[in-house]
Design a protein around this ligand. Structure first.
Ligand code: SAM
Length: 175
């Protein structure tokens, strides 16, 4: 199980980037996302809606007490930060573990997170984005297999095209 913990969400201000963290997590192989910071039912609803239409077993939930999430997580915790150790040096060690909590921050991440993590991991040592850092982490962790993952029970599937946009929708077939 791979869980993503998104810290420090700010209502309205971070809506787009937090949504992108969730969709990236889902699309690239995470099993679930836990949002923390300010509660935002709109994000929970819209991500659940996409997840139900596009299939798979992805779950999203909210937990105010992120310390508890980290403390009680039964596996290894990898915190993504530009100050951490290079991902390319650590990914083989992280890959040995099946239960992973990937922690991504927002504006300022409390020091307690750095201390609680088993790994503080950088994706390059330049500042960029939680979405980019998460995507590269997941790609390295799953070794590319996440790109051909099946999303069972989808109402909507994209059929890849050289040119054009093609989908098959179970719903429109039924109607
Ligand atoms: N000073 C922050 C830091 O510690 O990485 C940058 C804040 S950035 C706006 C928000 C989040 O993006 C960070 O908490 C971290 O999870 C992720 N992030 C940004 N740059 C990163 C990098 N180079 N490596 C890993 N994670 C990064």
């Amino acid at each position: 199980m791979l869980t993503v913990l998104r810290l420090g969400h700010r209502h309205v201000r971070d809506a787009r980037i937090t949504t992108h963290v969730c969709l990236t997590a889902r699309a690239l192989g995470a099993d679930n996302v836990i949002l923390s910071g300010e509660k935002d039912d709109k994000i929970l609803g819209s991500v659940r809606d996409i997840a139900s239409r596009f299939g798979g077993t992805f779950k999203i939930s909210y937990e105010k007490n992120w310390k508890k999430v980290i403390r009680e997580f039964p596996g290894k915790k990898a915190h993504l930060t530009m100050y951490g150790m290079p991902i390319q040096k650590k990914i083989n060690s992280i890959k040995k573990h099946k239960d992973i909590l990937v922690i991504v921050g927002g504006e300022k991440v409390p020091w307690a997170v750095y201390e609680a993590a088993d790994y503080n991991i950088s994706v390059g040592n330049q500042p960029h984005s939680e979405v980019a850092a998460l995507a590269i982490f997941l790609h390295d962790y799953f070794g590319g297999k996440e790109l051909s993952r099946e999303f069972a029970g989808a109402d909507l599937n994209v059929i890849p095209q050289e040119l054009g946009k093609k989908t098959n929708s179970r719903i429109s077939e039924i109607r």
